[in-house]
Design a binder for this molecule. Structure first.
Ligand code: ASP
Length: 433
C-alpha cells in the first residue's frame, strides 16, 4: 500500500467502500451497521477538512496578497481571474445546452414516469424550493451586501460565509502592503508560519483520505435510491456526465495550449483533489487539498493559488452551471415545453449567475437551479424529476468545479510569470514525510 500513489489509494478506498456496502446490504443489519459504525468516520473526515478551510483562506490569502508587494499586480491578477472564471462558466453552460438539445433526454420520460417521480420526490423537492424562496426575497444588491461582514468572528464561524472571509482577508492583505515594511514584517511572518502549519494539517488529514472515502462511499451506497429510477433518468444523467467529460477535455486543452503542460502532468497532480471532490460533493471541503496539490504538484506559486483558488471554490462552478443548463432544459422537455432561442440565451446568463451564487456544499446547485427554472418559466415541480439522481451528479459536477479552479489557477499563474516547477517531484513525498 505504501508504494501506491495517493490517488490510487483513494480510488481503492472508494471501490472497496462500494463493494463492502453492496455486500452488507445482503444482510438485514447491513445498512444499520454502515450507518452506525462506518458513516461516522466519513463524517469525521469531511469535518476535519472543513475545519481547516477558513483558517486556510485567512492565512493563505493574507500571505499571498502581502507577498505581492503592490496593489497594481493584485488588481491585474484579480481582473484576470474573474474574467477567466466568467468565460469558462459561460462556455460550460453553452456546452450543457448543446448536449441537452442534441440528446433530448426529456423526451425519454413518459407521462406515467413523470407523475411517479413528481409523487415520489415532490416532498423532498419542496425543501429545496423553500430554501430557494428564502433567497428570492432578497433585493438586487443583496449579494453585494452579503459580501461585507459586519463582524469577522461571526463571519468566520460558518463555512457558508467564505466570501465574507475572503473579503476580510483581501482587505487585510492590502492594508498590510500599505504599511511600512518593518511594521508589517511580524504580522507577515506570523501568517507565513500559520500557512505552513495549515498545509501540514492538510498533509496529515490526507493520510486518512483512503479510509475517509471508503466510509463516505459505503454510506452513499446504502442511502442510494432504487435502480429503477436511475434507469428512467439514465439519459438525463448521461447527458450531464457527457457534458462534464467535455469540460475535462476543454481544461486539458487549455492547460496544454497556454502552459504547455501535458495532460498526464495535470491530471496526476490534481487527481487526489478530484477524487475528494467526488466523495465529498463539496468544493469547500476539498479546497485545502486543491490548494496543496496546485501549489506543490502543479507548480503554481502560492501568491497566485492562495488568491485564485479560494475565490474559485466559492464563485467558479463550471460543473454546476453546466448541470443547471442540462437540468432546466431536461425538465422543460419532460413537460413538453419548447424553449425559444432567446430563452436559451437567458439560461446561459441565469445559470452563470446561479452557479456563482451556489454555495460550495452538497446539493447547493439544485437550490440555485430554481432561479433558472423561474426565469425560463419551467415548472418548479420539475425539481422532483431530477431529485433521485442529484447526488451522484453532484459528485461529478463538483469534480469539474474543482478541476476548473485548478485550470484557471495555472492559466493565471502562467500569465503572471508565476508558474514554476512543482515543489514535489515524487507525487507521494508530501505524505510520506
Ligand atoms: N456541490 C457543488 C460544489 O460544492 C455545488 C453544487 O453544484 O451543488 O461545488
Amino acid at each position: 500500500m505504501k508504494k501506491l500513489a495517493l490517488h490510487w489509494k483513494i480510488l481503492l478506498g472508494m471501490v472497496v467502500g462500494v463493494l463492502f456496502a453492496l455486500l452488507l446490504t445482503n444482510f438485514d443489519w447491513g445498512s444499520n451497521f454502515i450507518g452506525d459504525w462506518v458513516k461516522p468516520f466519513g463524517t469525521i473526515f469531511i469535518s476535519s477538512l472543513k475545519l481547516i478551510a477558513i483558517p486556510l483562506i485567512l492565512a493563505a490569502l493574507i500571505k499571498g496578497i502581502s507577498d505581492l508587494k503592490d496593489i497594481s499586480s493584485l488588481s491585474k491578477m484579480g481582473m484576470r481571474t474573474i474574467s477567466i472564471y466568467v468565460i469558462t462558466t459561460v462556455i460550460a453552460v453553452s456546452i450543457g445546452l448543446t448536449v441537452v438539445s442534441l440528446v433530448q433526454p426529456g423526451k425519454t420520460i413518459n407521462e406515467d414516469t413523470r407523475n411517479e417521480l413528481v409523487e415520489a420526490y415532490g416532498g423532498d423537492a419542496d425543501a429545496k424550493l423553500q430554501a430557494a424562496a428564502a433567497q428570492k426575497d432578497a433585493g438586487p444588491l443583496q449579494a453585494l451586501i452579503d459580501l461585507v461582514p459586519s463582524n469577522i468572528v461571526s463571519a468566520a464561524s460558518s463555512n457558508r460565509n467564505m466570501l465574507q472571509v475572503i473579503f476580510f482577508a483581501v482587505f487585510f492583505g492590502i492594508s498590510l502592503i500599505l504599511i511600512p515594511e518593518e511594521k508589517a514584517k511580524t504580522v507577515k511572518d506570523f501568517f507565513d508560519g500559520l500557512n505552513e502549519v495549515i498545509l501540514k494539517m492538510v498533509d496529515l488529514i490526507m493520510l486518512a483520505a483512503p479510509y475517509g472515502v471508503f466510509a463516505l462511499m459505503a454510506a452513499l451506497v446504502v442511502e442510494a435510491p432504487s435502480a429503477d429510477l436511475f434507469a428512467a433518468l439514465g439519459m438525463y444523467a448521461v447527458s450531464v456526465v457527457f457534458g462534464l467529460l467535455l469540460m475535462v477535455v476543454f481544461y486539458i486543452v487549455l492547460v496544454k495550449v497556454f502552459t504547455k503542460k501535458s495532460p498526464k502532468f495535470f491530471l496526476n497532480g490534481i487527481a487526489p483533489a478530484q477524487l475528494l471532490a467526488f466523495s465529498t460533493s463539496s468544493s469547500a471541503a476539498t479546497l485545502p487539498v486543491t490548494m496543496e496539490r496546485v501549489t506543490e504538484h502543479l507548480g503554481v506559486e502560492e501568491e497566485v493559488s492562495s488568491f485564485v483558488l479560494p475565490i474559485g471554490a466559492t464563485i467558479n462552478m463550471d460543473g454546476t452551471s453546466l448541470y443547471q443548463a442540462v437540468a432546466a432544459v431536461f425538465i422543460a422537455q419532460a413537460f413538453g415545453m419548447d424553449l425559444s432561442f432567446g430563452t436559451q440565451l437567458g439560461i446561459i446568463a441565469t445559470a452563470t449567475l446561479a452557479s456563482i451564487g451556489s454555495a460550495a456544499v452538497p446539493g447547493a446547485g439544485m437550490v440555485m437551479l430554481v432561479g433558472v427554472l423561474g426565469y425560463a418559466g419551467i415548472p418548479e415541480a420539475g425539481l422532483a424529476l431530477i431529485f433521485a439522481v442529484d447526488r451522484p451528479l453532484d459528485m461529478c459536477r463538483t469534480v469539474i468545479n474543482v478541476t476548473g479552479d485548478a485550470t484557471v489557477s495555472m492559466l493565471v499563474a502562467k500569465s503572471q510569470g508565476k508558474l514554476g516547477d512543482p515543489k514535489v517531484k515524487n507525487w507521494d513525498d508530501t505524505y510520506a514525510k
